[in-house]
Write a protein that binds this ligand. Structure first.
Ligand SMILES: [Mg+2]
Length: 446
């Protein structure tokens, strides 16, 4: 069969959950017991190369089945499509998915349905990059600026960024790209680590992990805050004395506060020189973030992991509400929408420091930052990708951290492919881990 005749033959979905809540990994002031989960999607084709496209939404446990159902609802848009056409223009599918008028009612362009679109669209980009035999960051960096502009839906954002401006930013970004790609392959992209700072860890574990982070070459760590001010004050003091004055400490409240509370709490922790306060309040509260930013400077304000689409990011930038923009690879409508968000950030001159961690988010989002460095913003100054050191071994092409930097992926694709044995073990509720676990719980209850 000729490659152009190949079609998408199946959209397989999997409900995969990891029992992370048992170690308090990932615990914060809003999310005390997350079981990091993936609503996982595999696009299969009848092409002779056997290449699949993999993608996923990230959730934290219950509700992962709802997320899987949302992906299932998109299946009819994908099965039967020409693989060649899909990979030559993922934007067409993106527009069709956000334009399904009945499903659009469930958003529009926000929430479970939009995250499902992101998972499917990202799987298409994984397929396209694999077929081009390039890691996604390079696939994007090598793409023609005009083609990248065509991948973006400018509806609702032209008051802040026009296609012409986007084209100019991308053309400018191309100058010197080859040298930056070489530098990226040699040095990697700066990372910071959240591993020391989970709320459920005691002071001894915090000290040990913070000290280790500095020894490992990280120049920034992050602490979860927002449950109890006395605890936060003590933990910030412990962390600051462990890392010394030269290391940046970001703090993250995970939306715990009202605006006034965010201001007083952040100011109370200012003596420990926090670099940014992350998610001080609701991710939908644009003017609230602007008020917090005005009040807590020089502490910077960061948000984005729960910002649901390009329109809210546009307003955060227009309102001068953030110093740091935190894209997430699996929250919005996939690569196409993240291209729009990266371009908005570039237009407003706001550094992008992606949210990652969870399961697989580091694997995905590194590609977007690396593209941003090589072919758009052209710098890594004040740019760091979040890193959390768990669940990477479930992926075929896991992230590699060296001297506090993400190593540039060399394998083709979006680094999204999970090991088949991990899928079999952690599928909920029928996988081997959960079947045994649920049987044991049943036995204890009896
Ligand atoms: Mg966060």
């Amino acid at each position: 069969m000729s490659p152009t005749a190949a079609r998408i033959t199946a959209v397989d979905t999997h409900d995969i959950r990891f029992p992370t809540s048992r170690e308090l990994d990932g615990s914060d002031a809003m999310n005390p017991d997350p079981d990091y989960s993936a609503a996982y999607v595999v696009l299969r084709t009848d092409a002779a190369d056997g290449i699949e496209g993999h993608g996923f939404s990230f959730t934290i446990g219950r509700g992962n089945d709802v997320q899987v159902a949302a992906i299932d609802a998109l299946r009819a848009h994908v099965v039967g499509r020409s693989v060649g056409e899909l990979c030559a223009d993922p934007g067409t599918l993106f527009r069709d998915l956000i334009g399904d008028s009945q499903l659009r009612w469930l958003g529009p362009e926000k929430g479970v349905m939009h995250m499902a679109i992101g998972a499917v669209v990202n799987a298409v980009w994984d397929l396209a990059a694999k077929r081009a035999a390039k890691p996604l960051w390079q696939f994007l960096a090598d793409a023609e600026p005009a083609w990248l502009v065509d991948q973006i839906d400018f509806r609702y954002i032209t008051d802040a960024l026009t296609p012409e401006e986007a084209l100019e930013l991308l053309r400018r970004g191309r100058r010197g790209a080859a040298e930056r790609a070489a530098r990226l392959r040699e040095k990697g992209f700066p990372a910071y680590t959240t591993s020391p700072g989970w709320l459920g860890y005691d002071d001894e574990k915090l000290t040990r992990l913070a000290t280790q982070a500095v020894a490992d070459g990280f120049t920034q760590i992050k602490l979860k805050v927002g449950a109890d001010l006395a605890d936060d004050t003590r933990r910030c003091r412990v962390a600051r004395s462990a890392v010394g004055p030269g290391i940046r400490i970001a703090i993250d409240a995970n939306q715990r506060w009202n605006v006034a509370e965010a201001i007083t709490w952040t100011k109370a922790l200012a003596e420990f020189d926090p670099y940014w306060i992350e998610e001080p309040t609701s991710p939908d509260d644009i003017l609230g973030h602007a008020a917090v930013r005005r009040a807590v400077a020089p502490v910077k304000v960061a948000t984005g992991e729960h910002v649901q689409n390009r329109i809210v990011f546009k307003q955060l930038l227009q309102a001068g509400a953030i110093d740091i923009l935190q894209i997430d690879a699996a929250r919005v409508g996939g690569v196409n929408e993240n291209l729009a968000i990266l371009l908005l950030a570039a237009k407003f001159g706001v550094p992008v420091c992606p949210h990652a961690g969870g399961v697989g988010l580091c694997e995905l989002v590194q590609h977007l930052s690396m593209f941003d460095f090589v072919a758009l913003s052209g710098t890594t100054d004040d740019r760091v990708i979040e890193y959390v050191d768990h669940l990477h071994d479930h992926f075929l092409d896991p992230v590699v951290i060296r001297e506090g930097h993400y190593t540039a992926p060399a394998a083709p694709g979006f680094s999204a492919t999970m090991r088949p044995e991990s899928i079999a073990r952690y599928t909920y509720p029928g996988g081997t881990f959960w079947a045994a676990d649920l049987a044991q719980q049943k036995g204890e209850a009896a």
